[in-house]
Design a protein around this ligand. Structure first.
Ligand SMILES: Nc1ncnc2c1ncn2[C@@H]1O[C@H](COP(=O)(O)OP(=O)(O)OP(=O)(O)O)[C@@H](O)[C@H]1O
Length: 924
């Protein structure tokens, strides 16, 4: 139980307060003193006693409210103030009060100043100190004077009822605060816009009060929350803490339910109670807290609020703690020297700043960001003797095939390892050099020494070594290029795992704004660091592995800057040790970051960017490779993902092949993984049902070919297969679609008809393809006589005919020069009436002189050809090297022949007519 113990009495001047005014301990109040003869008399008396007294000296008075019924009973104290809307307005006149009008309790208060400039606005500002009981009124005129007894409050912390009530008070206080904050964001609610900083301070204040301060919190809440004059008087009279808690809890409960009922919160002033937080009071509290914190309070007549955080007491500490905490975090972050300088400057600025200013938050956020950036923290690379063996195992475990790529990645790691070893030895040398320069009694590290001894410049030899070290630091940036789902991302992940580096993926696809990479300048509202700095913050170390995903989808230069230009700085080993983010605005060293970029195609990567990276090409997988990947990696992954056991499902090879060929058409294996997932799920349902119904004996774990229709639906793709029959003018070409990197065969169909030399082209052919038809036609026309297509050298074979060139699958856009050879052969076939075997496919660009030039996408094209049933392929001579990289399966399955000229190709297509020895050699 709370109790009050009597203390000796004291005599003080009393200031009667007219409703609704009342002072509670720990609160501030402005008492209007216009026409207050009694207050004037009190001040005159005080100054006459002590002429040196200043307004800010500790002048104490007792503020005693008037009984609320004094006014209503006889209206004696009411004086006419004036007229408003035709009605007489009354004002209470405490000067006219008598002894019996005074309430039995009051509050000793410190006069902290007089506020207001004009006569009608003058107010005495008082701060409530302690609750007193008015024992005896000693005089009434010219001002009241009374004998007062202090009600010393001691909280009985062992009383569970008090503790419980206190907890309830805290909870309700926070609830009310939350409601006010919430309602301020509701649309169309005339709200109290409680500034977030004030709300936060209030929250902290409430949270930090402990049981021994229960009475103080109750007073605080009774003052902040609006309540009737009677309620305030009852709180003032509650010298027993338990009783006071009960009363304030009641008030809060009523407030909360009224807010919840209406969600209407009205802005109130101290004088117009309407049932909500007293926002003016809160603002005053805030202002005062700030003034005190910055050390300018107390002498300018501003109202103080002793009980509130920041007002010289806990709040100031709170702020100081915040800054101390920030300081500590910055220290722990081991900033670079430049960053440290900036941080110190900003910290000083922050300390002088007013927390209510928007700039305070900006500055704080900035410092928090600085503290979060890993300036010097790194993880140790696992580059020991076993690294390469481990890395090879990791790559092999995670990926099937990709031997060339794995080999390149291992080379990369080996080089890194050697470089790090070289670096370490250089570091040692530098250390040794520095140590010999430093006097033996100074045992600070090198950086500090340089700072403390600015006169001691590093020697030339030192500089040279440092320069050398920087050279060694550069790591090439790898670019993995290949169709989607070919394992680029997972390869990069495996490299990170093998090295023991933290992995972070930065998706560059669709980044249109330079600021997304480099951040916004701090002057922008809600400015943030860019993707790179955010990545560093997230991983928390300065040497992670960053995967720059989809670098080919980076936006082009526009009015928001050029994102690819920002990437140039990131990726340039010469520059990236001083990368500047617009937000951070301090050079950040990215040289320790390992960058691996991925792209689907090289075409859209700006050349300067491409130039900074080392390209590693990944091509699509063959059916055989896909089968291996599926059985070794995808199926086991999907089995566990879908809660099955390897005994519960078996997908035979023919079923797998069917899934690969008829349900997916892709270079990678992402869709294949999805389809296998569907099969696993379907089997999981079957298995679970069998288990639940005790029919496990009938469950068949093997997926049958006939099941696929039911599980995956009807076949999605029918493979473009070679024709069974051939006809003049039709030739099988090869294409590699740039979207998806899929290779396939393509029929070139040419028909002729009577006409006057017109050439019609259909099948969504691009400009380059159209040009290649024209080149082919020109060559055929020029060599018509030699080819035996015309009777004389002067005859125009197109004179009385028109031709129509078509490439089926008309909806798919086609372009590129690689069908040149097929067009030429198709034209000769048409004009000569000789057929080309349908299982013979060809690719190659032709020049006007008839040379067959190399083309791209050989691997994809050959894989596609094999799948379509092609047996022989004609390739440009210069593409011979590309075939070396093709899977064995393809090389074994196809008869690949190379040609350098159309005559040579003719000898291969129709050997009986154009014998290589007789005709071709003479014409090349
Ligand atoms: N050779 C492989 N061996 C085993 N699994 C593979 C292989 N290639 C790809 N995968 C698997 O295929 C899935 C897709 O791969 P990943 O996400 O790395 O593709 P990607 O090349 O990054 O595609 P994108 O270009 O669309 O980002 C992953 O689950 C990966 O493990």
């Amino acid at each position: 139980m709370g109790k009050s113990s009597s203390k000796s009495t004291k005599v003080l001047p009393l200031i009667p307060l007219a409703p609704p005014l009342a002072v509670l301990p720990g609160t501030t109040l402005k008492i209007p003193i216009t026409n207050r003869a009694d207050v004037a008399a009190i001040l005159a008396k005080i100054y006459s006693i002590s002429p040196t007294a200043k307004p800010d000296a500790a002048i104490t008075v007792a503020c005693v409210p008037l009984n609320s019924n004094s006014l209503s009973k006889d209206g004696r104290l009411l004086i006419e103030k004036g007229k408003k809307n035709g009605k007489v307005v009354f004002e209470s006149d405490p000067v006219a009060a008598t002894k019996k009008d005074l309430f039995g309790y009051g509050c000793v208060a410190k006069v902290s100043g007089v506020q207001g400039r004009r006569q009608g606005e003058l107010a005495l500002v008082v701060e409530g100190l302690e609750r007193v009981e008015v024992v005896n009124v000693l005089q009434e005129r010219p001002y009241f004077e009374g004998e007062l007894r202090t009600a010393q409050e001691e909280v009985d912390v062992s009383d569970p009822a008090v503790a419980e009530q206190f907890q309830l008070l805290k909870q309700l206080s926070r609830e009310l605060l939350a409601l006010v904050r919430l309602s301020s964001i509701l649309p169309r609610t005339p709200t109290v816009s409680l500034p977030p900083i004030v709300a936060r301070r209030l929250e902290l204040y409430i949270q930090r009060k402990d049981l021994s301060e229960a009475g103080m919190l109750a007073d605080f809440m009774a003052n902040v929350v609006d309540c009737t004059h009677e309620e305030k008087l009852r709180v003032l009279a509650a010298t027993d803490v338990k009783e006071r808690l009960d009363r304030v809890v009641q008030i809060l409960q009523r407030q909360i339910s009224s807010i919840q009922g209406s969600t209407r919160i009205t802005v109130t002033s101290t004088t117009i109670p309407t049932g909500s937080f007293d926002i003016d009071q809160l603002r005053r509290i805030q202002q005062e807290a700030l003034k005190r914190r910055t050390g300018i309070a107390g002498n300018n007549g501003m109202p103080g609020f002793p009980g509130f955080p920041g007002a010289g007491g806990q709040g100031g500490e709170e702020e100081a703690n915040e800054i101390e905490e920030l300081k500590k975090r910055l220290q722990d972050a081991k900033l670079s020297r430049e960053a440290d300088k900036v941080a110190q400057r900003e910290l000083q600025r922050l300390q002088k700043m007013n927390p209510a200013q928007a700039e305070y938050q900006v500055c704080r956020n900035y410092l928090e960001n600085l503290a979060e950036i890993p300036w010097t923290k790194t993880t140790a690379d696992q580059l020991d003797a076993k690294t390469l063996v481990k890395a090879k195992k990791q790559l092999d475990d995670d990926h099937y095939g990709l031997d060339k790529i794995k080999k390149r990645l291992l080379e990369y790691l080996a080089v890194m390892k050697l470089k790090q070893e070289a670096n370490r030895s250089i570091d040692d040398q530098i250390k040794a050099l520095v140590r010999t320069d430093v006097p033996s009694d100074e045992n600070e590290d090198k950086e500090e020494t340089t700072e403390k001894n600015p006169a001691k410049e590093p020697s030339e030899a030192e500089l040279k070594l440092l320069e050398k070290k920087r050279m060694v630091d550069k790591a090439p940036i790898l670019l993995l290029v290949g169709p989607p789902g070919t394992g680029k991302t997972s390869l990069a992940k495996s490299v990170a795992t093998a090295l023991g580096r933290k992995f972070h993926r930065i998706s560059l696809g669709g980044v249109r704004d330079e600021a997304e990479i480099r951040g916004h300048r701090r002057t922008y509202v809600a400015a943030m660091p860019g993707l790179i700095v955010n990545g560093l913050k997230k991983v928390g170390v300065a040497n992670p592995l960053f995967l720059l995903d989809e670098i080919d989808k980076l936006g082009v230069s526009n009015y928001n800057g050029d994102p690819s230009a920002a990437m140039l700085e990131v990726l340039d080993p010469e520059q990236n040790h001083t990368f500047t983010d617009h937000y951070v605005n301090i050079p950040i060293d990215l040289s320790k970051v390992l960058f691996i970029a991925t792209a689907n195609s090289l075409d859209t990567i700006p050349p300067p960017l491409l130039d900074r990276m080392e390209t590693i090409q990944l091509s699509g997988y063959t059916t055989l490779e896909k089968r291996h990947i599926a059985t070794r990696h995808l199926l086991p992954k999907q089995i566990t993902t879908n809660g099955l056991h390897s005994d519960n499902i078996e997908i035979p090879t023919d079923v797998l092949d069917k899934i690969i060929m008829s349900y997916t058409r892709e270079s990678g294996v992402r869709n294949l993984e999805r389809e296998i997932g569907s099969v696993c799920r379907s089997k999981a349902v079957e298995y679970a049902t069998a288990k639940d119904t005790d029919t496990l004996s009938t469950y068949n774990p093997v997926v049958m070919l006939s099941d696929l229709d039911a599980i995956l639906g009807i076949e999605r793709f029918t493979e473009e297969l070679t024709e069974q029959h051939s006809r003049p003018g039709v030739v099988t070409g090869l294409v590699a679609y740039s979207t998806g990197g899929q290779g396939s065969i393509l029929f070139i169909e040419i028909a002729d008809m009577p006409g006057s030399g017109r050439v019609q082209l259909t099948g969504k052919l691009g400009d380059v393809l159209k040009e290649s038809v024209e080149v082919a036609l020109s060559w055929v026309k020029a060599h018509a006589f030699e080819l035996g297509l015309s009777a004389s050298e002067d005859e125009d074979i197109m004179k009385n005919r028109s031709i129509h060139v078509h490439c089926p699958s008309g909806a798919i856009p086609k372009d590129g020069p690689s069908a040149g050879l097929a067009h030429t052969i198709a034209l000769i076939s048409l004009f000569s009436g000789k057929q080309v075997p349908p299982t013979l496919a060809m690719t190659g660009e032709v020049s006007l002189r008839g040379r067959v030039l190399p083309v791209g996408g050989i691997k994809e094209k050959l894989i596609g050809a094999l799948r379509a049933g092609v047996e022989r392929v004609l390739l440009p001579e210069q593409n011979r090297k590309d075939v070396r990289d093709c899977p064995e399966e393809v090389k074994r399955g196809l008869q690949i022949e190379y040609v350098g000229h159309i005559w040579e190709a003719l000898g291969k297509v129709w050997p009986e007519r154009w014998d290589r020895g007789m005709v071709v050699e003479s014409r090349l």
